[in-house]
Design a protein around this ligand. Sequence first.
Ligand SMILES: Nc1ncnc2c1ncn2[C@@H]1O[C@H](COP(=O)(O)OP(=O)(O)OP(=O)(O)O)[C@@H](O)[C@H]1O
Ligand SMILES: [Mg+2]
Length: 506
Amino acid sequence: MPEDGGEPISFEEEDAGLVTIIANQAAMAIENARLYAEKDARISELQLLLEISNIMRGTLDFESLLYIILTSVTMSQGFGFNRALLFLHDEKSGTLKGEMAVGPLRAADASRHWHSFTPKGKTLQEVVLEYGKFNREAGFEIDMLVKKMSVPVKPDKGALARTVLERTSFNVADYSPAEGGEESALSAMGFSTFATVPLIAREKVVGIMVVDNLVTRAPITDEQLEFVQLFANQAASVLETSRLYKNIEQANRRLVDARELLVRSRTLATLGEFSAGIAHELRNPLVSIGGFARRLARKLPPDSEEARHARIIFNEVEGMEKILSQILEFVGGAKTETQQVDIIGVFEQVFVLLHDAINSKNISLQTDFDERARTLLVDEVQMRQLFINLIKNAVEAMKGEGGSLRVKTTLMETEEGGVGLEISDTGVGISSEDLEHVFDPFFTRKSSGTGLGLSVCARIVEGNHGGKMFIDSRKGEGTSVLIWLPPETLAGGESGGGRGPLSGNG
Ligand SMILES: Nc1ncnc2c1ncn2[C@@H]1O[C@H](COP(=O)(O)OP(=O)(O)OP(=O)(O)O)[C@@H](O)[C@H]1O
Ligand SMILES: [Mg+2]
């Protein structure tokens, strides 16, 4: 009892006993009141936890959840810390990755930071959501800094790593991380007295939170930390759920995409078959129209209007034929129909077709056909397309006059056997960089090219006839296209020695 310096009072023994009883009772009452107050505080803490947890459960969006968590930790109606950082634990790389931060970067910014937000007359839900939005803008600086942080989770690596490894919260005072270590970024943000809390869900540390009171300098008590830990566990489980949900959503997205692709490719396949059918039907009459127009153009006096018209028809038909062939090959709808084909005859047809182009450039044509490989089991339409594409490329590559075009066929006498075809020119050649891409669809160096020519050729040779195709080229010297067709291509039996064209009907 305090002395007040007044008259000393003397007590009877009985009085003393009474006072002791009263004192004991008072002590009990005080203790009761303290317990009651504590319980009251505990109840309101739990109430807060419940309310925040309800708000968290209102969203499955990961980013929004992070904001709700950090906002709950920092707002005065929540845990009231001045600042909070959140790191996510990446188990694969063994690092803590800075994810999000709220609060002022410097103590001096605090009034500016907090002043513009008034929580009066708002529900907790409204406060969380609005404060979250406010934090997003006001906490921009610190958020940027934290997002750059990546802290290895290794023993002796400092407070953050230990929080993960030991799965427990730390109350840290006067922190000084190793010089230049990853955690030195914390010091740069003014974190010297702070607490760390692990976020644990399903036995795993999914991340950690770092909180401090930079501005108010209020000490962080162990009770407070215990309470935050309770919250952190809830937050972790909601975060984990959201992450799983995100994964499911992504998987679902991929599934939907795959299904769409399947539907699209089925539609394409039907469309392909359809257009291939049409293209196939149109091409043969077109070849005749073109052929007649060319013949007409030759017969008519070259300067006449009629000859000019015939040439236009011929050129247009050629363009149309090209489009049809590319469609046919590209949709892959054209069925490969192998039959006995006079391959030398096909070459000769193509020379006639491209006669004008070859002649106008004074290109000398040299052929070296192997009669033993005249009749092949191949698709005639496709072979014609193959030779047209390759010979046109060769002709187009020879810019000046007087180039030379060599076409050669050989019955291969190697162990593999088969048939070799070779088309060589003395044109501009292909650079080694371009050579890697010439078979890519739509790769072209020509202003009017489709870039489909060679990819169609490769499809015909390799895809449809089981052969192989190579290009050997030197810039400025010329190009050789080498084609190998497998032994099965040799029409039944005559590869053994039967020379000359097959006399059978075919
Ligand atoms: N014989 C060749 N000599 C030089 N370059 C060639 C030769 N053949 C192909 N190329 C190069 O490869 C590219 C692709 O050829 P591809 O035949 O696929 O398409 P394109 O000829 O450009 O177009 P399109 O065939 O529709 O006319 C050409 O643009 C050209 O640069
Ligand atoms: Mg071409």
